[in-house]
Design a protein around this ligand. Structure first.
Ligand code: GLN
Length: 263
């Protein structure tokens, strides 16, 4: 009984300390163990990867990843600073210890699991190839001798690399999805490789592209939140617990609906 009381007291002290924290994004009142530390986690993300992260018309940085992270942080009572770096740069910052975690529509792949620990999956995705709307490219067979665009360090790039020799095309690399699409619209590249949910959203937003091939078998991998292998396990645990909570209480569905049901 005594032990129970002191634990409760300690938890209460942690809570009041956490409540005094100076984070802009933390109004949480929850009892996560990790809240014991008055730490601000640095989380790295992509720049333009709508609907997961992007800057809206009011110049706010928003998206499914952005809102999920915030909801989880509130649920679990941890503070964070979100840094929008680009996908490859976000992963590099995690690797060099400049950030504690990455949420960037990051696919949970076996290869990446050697270097990172991932949360539970929070969104299903697969790679697709998109071409300019009106293009007569119908599939990989039409890519011979042509250039396609891919984003450095992504699954889309892996997919393009895996097909390159067989179909005889070249790859032009970009750091941002938007630049990759632009290259296809201007006609320098005849196609680009991108995650299907992102491309489908972009098409509804009028990016001028259409989907020409889908890789639901070989490049189908859900998204997860990543930390460096063996590091920041308390953050990973809080993410998983918070994710389960926001799925359970409906917040997760609200967030996804907010970004995917928009006109
Ligand atoms: N899901 C892809 C990957 O993890 C792309 C992520 C991104 O471009 N933000 O490689």
């Amino acid at each position: 009984m005594k032990k129970f009381l002191s634990v409760t007291l300690a938890a209460a002290m942690v809570l009041s300390l956490a409540a005094c924290g100076s984070s802009s994004s933390n109004e949480a009142d929850s009892t996560a163990a990790g809240a014991a530390e008055d730490k601000t986690y640095v989380i790295a993300t992509d720049t333009v990867f709508a609907p997961f992260e992007f800057t809206d018309e009011e110049n706010n940085f928003v998206g499914i990843d952005v809102d999920i992270l915030d909801a989880i942080a509130q649920d679990q009572g941890f503070k964070y600073e979100l840094q929008s770096l680009g996908f490859d740069a976000a992963v590099a910052s995690l690797e060099s210890g400049q950030s504690d975690g990455v949420i960037a529509g990051m696919s949970i792949t076996d290869e990446r699991k050697q270097k990172y620990d991932f949360s539970e999956a929070y969104y299903d995705s697969y790679v697709c190839m998109a071409v300019k709307d009106g293009s007569d490219i119908q599939g990989y067979e039409d890519l011979e001798g042509k250039t396609v665009a891919a984003k450095t360090g992504t699954q889309g790039a892996d997919c393009a690399e895996s097909l390159k020799d067989q179909y005889g095309f070249n790859i032009q690399y970009f750091d941002e999805s938007s630049l990759m699409y632009q290259d296809v619209v201007t006609g320098n590249s005849v196609a680009c490789f991108e995650d299907q949910p992102v491309m489908a959203y972009g098409i509804t937003q009028g990016n001028g592209l259409k989907i020409a091939a889908e890789e639901q078998e070989n490049f189908s991998t859900p998204y997860g939140f990543a930390v460096l292998k063996g590091q920041n396990q308390e953050l990973l645990e809080m993410f998983n617990t918070g994710l389960a909570n926001i799925i359970e209480n409906g917040t997760y569905d609200e967030i996804v609906a907010k970004y995917t049901n928009a006109e």
